[in-house]
Design a binder for this molecule. Structure first.
Ligand SMILES: [Cu+2]
Length: 277
């Protein structure tokens, strides 16, 4: 390499390093803009704290899947390292190592082992999906969720009383979005619908989201899901959002969920239903 070429290369590298650093900084700061995601910690597998019984099912499945995947990954990495160290090409022996073909025990092994692994994953995923999709029909609190470009309308029914619908507009902060009030320790049934495009109803603290698809007729089980709220501190507010890119104000399709005591909920329904009449 000529000396001039070497200097050009060096100055090119000198120019690229600060640029790469600036890009890394931009990526780190620009992607950290979602301030409404609840705090996550390692004890829950980095998931936010869940506020429903169903969230506990999701948390176990998530953590179990990680443990299984990490264990599988460890075995695979050990095998790769072992094979590349003990079976590397040695200089003295230029000829090919013994070629193993049609080795029935090995072929059975590498067919059966992945099948067992996939079956275990399938079993737990199917079992938990069924639990999460189960709607008992026993929920006394029913929430009709209507998604639109770009907010939500919530209509809550409890004990035969329907509260006045709560509708929102696009906002930057979920605290300014429409408020969904739910009682603690209760079964809540959601019915999701939309008249425009596909949205997705997401409350991160539920560890659950469900697409809201236009054209699904009323009464179709695909529109419904049920949760049982846990005994969280009454008055706590959680974020909700749309999780399906649905147009220009998708990111402002925010709402808030407030969990209150049963007594407070009764009162809320009484006043809201009163004002509806
Ligand atoms: Cu949306």
């Amino acid at each position: 390499m000529s000396p001039t070429r070497r200097t050009t290369r060096r100055s090119l590298a000198r120019r690229r390093v600060p640029r790469a650093a600036a890009l890394a900084l931009l990526l780190a700061t620009a992607t950290a803009c979602a301030n409404d995601v609840p705090e996550a910690d390692w004890s829950r597998g980095l998931l936010p704290e869940h506020i429903t019984e169903q969230g506990g099912v999701v948390e176990s499945l998530w953590n179990g899947a990680w443990i299984a995947a990490l264990a599988t990954g460890a075995v695979v990495i050990v095998l790769i390292v072992w094979a590349s160290i003990f079976h590397r090409k040695r200089r003295a022996k230029a000829e090919l190592p013994p070629q193993v073909r049609y080795n029935l025990p090995i072929e059975i092994l590498y067919t059966v082992v992945p099948l067992v692994m996939v079956s275990v994953f399938f079993f737990f995923t199917a079992r938990d999906s069924n639990t999460l999709a189960h709607v008992s029909g026993e929920a006394k609190v029913k929430v009709k969720v209507e998604a639109f470009q770009w907010s939500w309308r919530f209509t809550t029914t409890y004990n035969g009383k329907t509260a006045q619908p709560v509708a929102g507009v696009p906002v930057h902060d979920y605290n300014q979005g429409p408020e969904l009030v739910l009682p603690v320790k209760s079964k809540v049934e959601f019915d999701l619908s939309t008249n425009d495009v596909i949205h997705s109803f997401w409350i991160p603290a539920f560890l659950f989201k469900r697409d809201v698809i236009p054209g699904i007729p009323e009464g179709n089980p695909g529109r419904k899901f049920e949760v049982t709220t846990l005994d969280v501190k009454p008055g706590t507010v959680y974020a909700g959002r749309c999780a399906e890119l649905c147009g220009v104000d998708h990111s402002r399709m925010l709402f808030k969920v407030k969990l209150v005591s049963q007594a407070e909920f009764d009162q809320y329904i009484a006043t809201q239903a009163g004002s509806a009449q």
